[in-house]
Design a protein around this ligand. Sequence first.
Ligand code: SAH
Ligand code: DHB
Ligand code: MG
Length: 231
Amino acid sequence: MTNENKLHELQRLTALQKDIQQGIATRFALEDEGLLNALAAASEQGLPAIQISPIQGKMLQVLAAACNAQKILEIGSLGGYSGIWLARALPPAGRLITLEINPKHATAVRNAFAHAQVDDRAEVRVGKALELLPGLEGEAPFDLVFIDADKENYPAYLDWALRLSRPGSIIVADNCVRRAFEQPSDGYTTGVTAYNQRIVDDPRLVSLLLPMDNNYTDGFAISVVKSIEKM
Ligand code: SAH
Ligand code: DHB
Ligand code: MG
């Protein structure tokens, strides 16, 4: 192949990846008014647009159904976008607790939850996740834990997720793909790299990285908890 043909082939593949992602999102992961409102409000308030994608939101709902989730824990709420996807996967008596360090974000989350009418089952707690997590032991086990806060602490969040789980719980961590395979190395990279190594090595977990966004370059680390024996 000539260089020109190679370039065309790459461009064709990139366009196809985008069409596939958009096609899946349109058919399987439509955003409702509550989700769209959360995005608009976050944007108006100047929050960074680093929420999960619709396909990731639907993936969280698929995983919530797979573990019959009644109680869900989220670490890192931002404007409540992923929280609404999670809360909508719960039965009426279910519970989502989401942890957020930034009080401004937490206020946005409360408003977004109320607007999406999930405030009967979804609650945000404000503070450093590592300081709030010990207080959750009385509310465990959680069926699903979604980790999406400061990447440096991902390994510590995994310890807590296991501690607050039951066999059959599912632990999901965002942003574990791209930076784990990229240079240069910083706290973000070392955090997700260490996280990935831990979930591969831990015999209590069966895990996989699943690229699903940004042309399949970033995505979730997904782990199913087989046992919670102390190691
Ligand atoms: N899950 C959200 C995106 C979260 S972005 C969504 O997809 O919609 C990461 C969030 O984690 C930010 O709001 C940030 O303020 C919060 N965060 C960062 N460090 C934290 C910590 N130590 N404890 C709790 N939250 C933290
Ligand atoms: C960042 C954090 C996220 O959770 C994300 O999905 C994207 C970017 C960040 O801190 O840059
Ligand atoms: Mg993220």
